[in-house]
Design a protein. Structure first.
Length: 423
């Protein structure tokens, strides 16, 4: 089966080699022969692989291998496995957002606690196919955790570049524990991203940020799996936190391919949600700009989307246009209040994840989402990714955030009557 890399700017194509950008400077994406695939894939094929214990189909990524990376042999695939994440509905979420049919797809249930594992299994497997031995990334946390885990699983060396003081300890601890060499950069994520790209070019490190087209291939499977879980009936809206815009890009590509392959009839709309303090993509879309203007000092409590110069903005913009989607922004106050509702529902998430729920609520208030729409919010990371933010919210220790749903611990004497009072 044929697989090529195609430039999203000029359309030039090349084979699957170690490269991330076209000669013209444009980003590359994996191009599959959809006409050939139409004769191979079907809903029934993917459904028969559900609950299959045979490697690699027990993975929620490799169940869709023909649409992900058809060139890989089984022995080249590195999988934990990942995917097979659940959909949740809770009355408290419906009450908070005003959307009765709101669902959460919890990508925090992946092996290292975030959606990054879906892209990483494909990226590391491609590195394995190419014979690469050193892999690297720039990260605000989740990518580094995933990279370090999958590199360790495949006996590769890993190096991660992180912005000093701008990463949650729950994520940094994973990178260290899984054995990555961690370099703390005196700067922000965008500085780290610039340096890792230079290192990949000059030092032979295989780059596994979302600039890598195979990362996007893995992240597409969030949509494949979601729609399969809904019996191949797409929701009206898919709402996703937006930082470096890899997921937004991947979702658009997934929907395009599903439509072309006639696996779905309806096109769901994508809503990409940015934090107000890290919103260059929102500004681009809102002001109808032709080029993205980076933010030099992005700031938000949601560290996973604290990115001022997202590399995938062109692909993401195409995804929004393809699906008649929208881009919205939410404040840290809105993010943390939404997180408190998700957490108290027994589901839980890291701050960036809650941007999707806060965004859905805001889009309903603005008349864009209808209250009877089927809306799926993507929860990108596990609640334990950033426990400090959770604790500080409930103890009212966050700057510029007043906890509307605080659950502060109460100190009491060891007296049963006091226990009775607080029950």
């Amino acid at each position: 089966m044929e697989l090529k890399l195609r430039c999203i700017d000029c359309g030039r194509e090349t084979g699957p080699v170690v490269t991330y950008r076209c000669e013209c400077g444009g980003l590359l994406e994996v191009s599959l022969d959809l006409k050939e695939l139409k004769e191979v894939v079907s809903r029934e094929l993917f459904d028969t692989r559900l609950n299959m214990g045979k490697f690699p189909y027990q993975s929620g990524v490799w169940r869709f291998r023909e649409l992900v990376h058809p060139l890989l042999n089984d022995f080249e695939i590195v999988s934990r496995p990942e995917g097979n994440t659940n959909l949740y509905h809770h009355k408290a979420l419906a009450n908070f957002t005003g959307i009765e049919k709101i669902l959460l797809k919890h990508e925090g249930e992946n092996p290292t606690g975030s959606f990054k594992d879906r892209g990483m299994t494909v990226g590391i497997s491609e590195a394995n196919r190419l014979g690469m031995r050193v892999v690297g990334c720039a990260s605000t946390g989740n990518t580094s955790a995933s990279l370090a885990s999958y590199a360790g699983l495949s006996n590769m060396k890993s190096i991660v570049f992180i912005p000093e003081g701008k990463i949650a300890f729950g994520k940094l601890s994973q990178a260290l524990a899984y054995g990555a060499r961690v370099l703390q950069i005196n700067g922000n994520f965008d500085d780290a991203m610039s340096l890792v790209q230079e290192a990949s070019e000059r030092l032979g490190i295989y780059l596994l940020n979302s600039i890598n087209p195979f990362r996007i291939q893995g992240q597409k499977t969030i949509i494949f799996e979601l729609i399969q879980q809904l019996n191949w009936k797409p929701p009206d809206w898919i709402v996703v936190p937006a930082g470096n815009l890899g997921n937004t890009s991947a979702f658009g590509k997934a929907i395009y391919e599903l439509k072309k392959l006639r696996l779905i009839e309806k096109t769901p709309r994508i809503a990409a949600i940015q934090a107000e303090g890290a919103n260059p993509f929102y500004r681009l879309w809102k002001n109808k700009l032709k080029e993205l203007k980076p933010l030099k000092k992005p700031e938000t409590i949601a560290t996973a989307i604290r990115i001022g110069n997202p590399v995938s903005w062109k692909r993401a913009l195409r995804a929004i246009e393809l699906t008649d989607g929208v881009v919205e922004q939410v404040t840290d106050q809105e993010i943390m209040d939404a997180k408190a509702i998700v957490d108290s529902s027994g589901i839980g998430c890291e701050p960036a994840s809650a941007a999707s729920v806060a965004g859905a609520r805001k889009l309903l208030e603005n008349g864009i989402i209808e209250k009877d729409d089927v809306v799926v919010c993507i929860i990108t990371g596990h609640i334990l990714k950033d426990p400090d933010s959770t604790i500080n919210y409930h103890l009212s220790r966050l700057d510029n955030v007043k906890p509307r749903f605080a659950n502060m611990p109460v100190k009491i004497e060891p007296n049963i009557n006091l226990v009775k009072r607080y029950l």
